[in-house]
Design a protein around this ligand. Structure first.
Ligand SMILES: Nc1ncnc2c1ncn2[C@@H]1O[C@H](COP(=O)(O)OP(=O)(O)OP(=O)(O)O)[C@@H](O)[C@H]1O
Length: 262
């Protein structure tokens, strides 16, 4: 069991007159799926980057298992919206990259890469160059590559944002399957309201300060259980059709837009 904590974190970028994120706290344990959502510019990526170790808090603390986060680490794998794969390498080589860095011998890393490719439903694609793959397939390669490091936490910034609607729905269930199998703690940023509800165990809403349009704060934390229902065997279609899902959708939209849409 691992714990990633952001404790009263504020971030002010160099030369900025205000904090991009003000006084944000969250706790991500193994097996949690936290979703950060909110309007554009309210600081979601900034907060994820603090967890990743790319950005240092100006005040407050970020910790993994009590140790301050000072830099990116293999315990926290990051998946971005653009897949950031190595275009010159094969699918298998991309997935095996972290294993190669660790000095895992060739045969062993190929075996593990192929097992990961099977998990993301890309068996048989290992020898392909990545540029031959569709956007959804590339994102699955990116996911397999992140999982290769056996991270304690998976940090994902709009990982499905560039995909078409049908591919995105399939990726959502794949993410739930991988989360269930791996027991990893996931922190994901998304603009998708239904996606947040379907995937998260907790949806964290950030909103900008109404006076400045900046200084993102956490304004709501909504516990959700739809993803757990999928894990327990309920089909996604049935979950989406449940009036409780529509009610949660309306509640979350209201929290994000603070009544602006009504
Ligand atoms: N490297 C940076 N230097 C200076 N300011 C930055 C930097 N990165 C982000 N900001 C500012 O910090 C604020 C929060 O940005 P951030 O990208 O974290 O928001 P976001 O909620 O992820 O936005 P989006 O949903 O559009 O991706 C914005 O005002 C942005 O302009």
């Amino acid at each position: 069991m691992s714990l990633l904590e952001l404790d009263h974190v504020s971030v002010r970028y160099q030369n900025a007159v205000r904090d991009a994120v003000a006084d944000a706290s969250l706790r991500l344990s193994s097996g949690d799926f936290l979703v950060l959502t909110g309007r554009s510019g309210c600081g979601k990526t900034t907060l994820l980057n603090v967890a990743a170790g790319f950005v240092s808090p100006s005040s407050g603390m970020a910790r993994v298992d009590g140790q301050p986060i000072a830099a990116p680490g293999a315990d926290r794998a990051v998946v971005f919206q653009s897949d950031a794969l190595f275009p010159w390498a094969s699918v298998r080589e991309n997935v095996a990259f972290a294993l190669r860095m660790k000095g895992v011998p060739r045969r062993e890393r190929d075996r593990r890469a192929d097992a990961l490719l099977a998990r993301v439903k890309l068996s048989g694609f290992g020898d392909k160059p990545v540029w031959e793959l569709s956007g959804g397939m590339r994102q699955r390669v990116g996911l397999a590559r992140a999982l290769a490091a056996e991270p304690r936490f998976l940090l994902m910034d709009e990982p499905l944002g560039a995909l078409d609607a049908l591919t995105r729905e399939r990726m959502q269930t794949l993410l739930l399957d991988i989360w269930a199998e791996s027991g990893t703690g996931i922190l994901m940023v998304t603009h998708g309201i239904e996606e947040a509800l379907l995937l998260g165990t907790e949806v964290i809403v950030m909103t900008p300060n109404p006076d400045t349009g900046q200084q993102g704060r956490i304004t709501r934390r909504i516990p959700v259980s739809f993803g757990r229902r999928y894990r327990a065997g309920e089909p996604v279609r049935a979950i989406r059709a449940d009036p409780a899902f529509a009610a949660a959708r309306a509640e979350l939209a209201d929290a994000i837009f603070e009544g602006e849409l009504q």
